[in-house]
Design a protein around this ligand. Structure first.
Ligand code: CAA
Ligand code: FAD
Length: 380
């Protein structure tokens, strides 16, 4: 057993840490306040290879492993979870899905620009009435021979207005239930595609979340990902990997909260000594550090299993469940340790607390992760 990161892994982590300090930290409060998409920062992340980290270099990717990806995700998420969700969707939902299940033509045409960060992608499963219950897709893709005609609405789509390429799940044969769902690659320029309203959010306010409308959009057959009726399984397989990315995002929010709270507790004096010397504060930090480390182990284990080509569905759900619950709890404690200063923007922890909440909701709520995990237990 090895608990040591390789030199290459450490280098990637340190590069991401430096990037977060020099490129993401300046302006993060302003972007959050004004709901400003971090366009310039995302462009630089593309140049560094952060948008196609696990993609083969022959498709313009960085050719790294999932462990490298989660190390980078943690570091960027400590500072700016709005930027890291863009990276997570592009890497693990869009690029990974295209590389694993796409045809050679699809990889040439769509994966290459996505992996280099020239354009970004979006993953469109959720609908106004189909979130957790994802098999209840109402968007339809009617088979017209050489193309599908797409109609419907998708909700809550990350990168909704900044993406150029959209992976859209839609029902082709309702009689077949989830086996009638297809995943289609939709280009922003296709006629009948429309970006709907931007959501005003509690957290990850720099990320751009929109509803999307499809009205008689003609999508060529060659834009279907996988075999006819593979769309739901495609979404589930891709989400299993995606949940490792969101778990790493949650880990970053939790470890960022711990770092800020520890620093503050050493500096802030009350009753004649730094507050870290008051056991009530010190014990909070001890518990935070323990849970952050436990979350890190779960995240790295899930990433490692994926890299080894071993099953990781249960472990990715466990990592996401535990890391996101830890992020929420630890960020609330970080605000508490900061006292009144924690409640204002300047000290960053209130943003971490608002950003933490979404990690318990998207890519499957905490309750959905418990369903996934408990089904494994029932069948073991
Ligand atoms: N890999 C492969 N196949 C899978 C699978 C997996 N991980 N999980 C399920 N399946 C297959 C099942 O085997 C089944 O196929 P068969 O009938 O051939 O056996 C089929 O999918 C349907 O599975 P279930 O019967 O388990 O379906 P269900 O209706 O009970 O739902 C669920 C299962 C786990 C709750 C699923 O609906 C789910 O994950 N819901 C949450 C949706 C979600 O995570 N949305 C995230 C949207 S993207 C996002 O949020 C991005 C972002 O914010 C940044
Ligand atoms: P519901 O499914 O209606 O759930 C409501 C509550 O009921 C939750 O607490 C849930 O856990 C609980 N619940 C539901 N079913 C059960 C059950 N069987 N047992 C126990 N409890 C249950 N989706 C995309 O497709 N692509 C994206 O890029 C994307 N980005 C997002 C970004 C943001 C900021 C947000 C807010 C959402 C995003 N989503 C995206 C959607 C997200 O995945 C869904 O919101 C999530 O899956 C939950 O679905 P829902 O909102 O419909 O809640």
């Amino acid at each position: 057993m090895h608990f040591e990161l390789s030199e290459e892994h450490k280098m990637i982590r340190d590069t991401a840490r430096d990037f977060a300090q020099t490129e993401l930290l300046p302006g993060v409060i302003e972007r959050d306040t004004h709901e400003k998409f971090p366009a310039e920062q995302i462009k630089k992340m593309g140049e560094l290879g952060f948008l196609g980290m696990m993609v083969d270099p022959k498709y313009n990717g960085a050719g790294m492993d999932t462990v490298s990806y989660v190390l980078a995700m943690e570091e960027l998420s400590k500072i700016d979870a709005s930027a890291s969700v863009v990276m997570s969707v592009n890497n693990s939902l869009v690029c990974w899905g295209l590389e694993k299940f796409g045809t050679e033509e699809q990889k040439e045409k769509y994966l290459k620009p996505l992996a280099s960060g020239e354009v970004i992608g979006a993953f469109c499963l959720s609908e106004p009435e189909a979130g957790s219950d994802a098999t209840s897709q109402r968007t339809t893709a009617v088979d017209k021979g050489d193309h599908y005609v797409l109609n419907g609405t998708k909700n809550w789509i990350t990168n909704g207005n900044s993406a150029s390429i959209y992976l859209v799940m839609a029902q082709t044969d309702v009689e077949k239930g989830h086996k009638g769902i297809n995943c289609l690659i939709v280009e922003r320029e296709m006629e009948g595609f429309q970006v709907g309203k931007k959501e005003e959010k509690l957290g990850i306010r720099g990320s751009d979340t929109h509803s999307l409308m499809f009205t008689d959009v003609k999508v060529p057959k060659e834009n279907r990902l996988g075999e006819e009726g593979f769309g739901f399984k495609f979404a589930m397989k891709v989400l299993s990997g995606g949940r490792i990315g969101i778990a790493a995002q949650a880990l970053g929010i939790a470890s960022g909260s711990l770092e800020l709270a520890t620093k503050y507790a050493k500096e802030r004096v009350a009753f004649g000594k730094p507050i870290i010397e008051h056991q009530g504060v010190a014990f909070k930090l001890a518990e935070m550090a323990t849970k952050v480390e436990a979350a890190r182990h779960l995240v790295l284990k899930a990433a490692w299993l994926k890299d080894q080509g071993q099953p990781f569905d249960k472990e990715s759900a466990m990592a996401k469940l535990f890391a996101s619950e830890t992020a929420m709890w630890a960020s609330v404690e970080a605000v508490q340790i900061h006292g009144g200063y924690g409640y204002v923007k300047e000290y960053h922890v209130e943003r971490l607390m608002r950003d933490a909440k979404i990690t318990q909701i998207y890519e499957g709520t905490s309750e959905i992760q418990k369903i996934v995990i408990s089904r494994f237990l029932a069948n073991e």
